[in-house]
Ligand binder design. Structure first.
Ligand SMILES: Nc1ncnc2c1ncn2[C@@H]1O[C@H](COP(=O)(O)OP(=O)(O)OP(=O)(O)O)[C@@H](O)[C@H]1O
Ligand SMILES: [Mg+2]
Length: 258
């Protein structure tokens, strides 16, 4: 049995809304080994974003624990947590770039926050832009880029802090299938060369199929099944996993008939 790098134990989170409460997470327990590309899949409202925000305590769970590399995040001081979070990168569906800043300035930003001198941060940012294939766009503004290029800038920016964990919340959901493939390949390359543990949140089975080695299926705040992606894709046991695969099959059929 591999040792867990990210270990979540009995994580629960309930939101109160005007018309009652929502149990976004119900006693979720899972283990993510180091250097894995781990997928978390579920329909809209399953609790995926809540779970991923709990992994770096952007969201505070009502109960349960989050242990990363043996360290219980809930026991850290505010300052210790701030420093730990710098090594947990996050990318999102809508890229979250600074629109008034150039591509280079966007990538320099986390380095500036850490007080890295101008010359060094520019050097590092340029090297990262090269790594994501965007060195020629250093002086462009986000509005001048395609969605795929924006996500590559976001990836370069997140790598500036040398993260050991990368959390991707629907990072390819705003992109077309071709661009999705390019971004997933880039994430795989980063994983292979830099040894980063990657957690991919998605509602699309094809994203899991493309790069995930292990996966978890969430439905209405509960963990339905968890394990080898290959196994679950081949032989899904939970209703939720079957449904997510069925939706895909139906789409393919429609494509075929159409
Ligand atoms: N800040 C909040 N206040 C109240 N309810 C919330 C809040 N955040 C999430 N929820 C509720 O918790 C449940 C889980 O939401 P979450 O955003 O985690 O789902 P998700 O799986 O990421 O969905 P999607 O695929 O649409 O992004 C939903 O019912 C949602 O309405
Ligand atoms: Mg979400």
């Amino acid at each position: 049995m591999e040792t867990a790098y990210i270990e979540v134990q009995k994580l629960s989170k309930t939101y109160s809304a005007k018309n009652g409460t929502v149990e976004a997470l119900k006693e979720i327990s899972l283990s993510i080994p180091q250097n894995e590309i781990f997928g978390i899949i579920g329909l809209s409202g399953a609790g995926k974003s809540t779970l991923v925000r709990c992994l770096n305590l952007l969201e505070k769970p009502d109960s349960g624990t989050v242990i990363i590399n043996g360290e219980d995040l809930l026991t850290l001081s505010k300052e210790q947590l701030r420093i730990r979070r710098q090594k947990i990168g996050m990318i999102f569906q809508h890229f979250n770039l600074l629109e008034q800043q150039t591509v280079l300035e966007n990538v320099c930003f986390p380095l500036e926050i850490r007080g890295i001198p101008v010359k060094q941060r520019k050097e590092k940012a340029l090297q990262l832009l090269k790594q994501v294939g965007l060195e020629d766009k250093a002086k462009a503004y986000p509005s001048q880029l395609s969605g795929g290029q924006k996500q590559r800038v976001a990836i370069a920016r997140v790598l500036a802090n040398d993260p050991d964990i990368l959390l991707c919340d629907e990072a390819t959901s705003a992109l077309d299938p071709e661009t999705t493939k390019i971004i997933l390949n880039l994430l795989k390359e980063i994983h292979d060369t830099m040894g980063i543990t990657i957690v991919i949140i998605t509602h699309e089975m094809k994203v899991i199929q493309e790069i995930c080695t292990q996966m978890a299926v969430l439905h209405k705040g509960s963990l339905q099944e968890c394990g080898s992606a290959e196994e679950i894709l081949k032989n899904p046991k939970s209703k939720a996993a079957k449904r997510l695969l069925m939706i895909k099959e139906t789409e393919e059929e429609t494509d075929y008939v159409g």
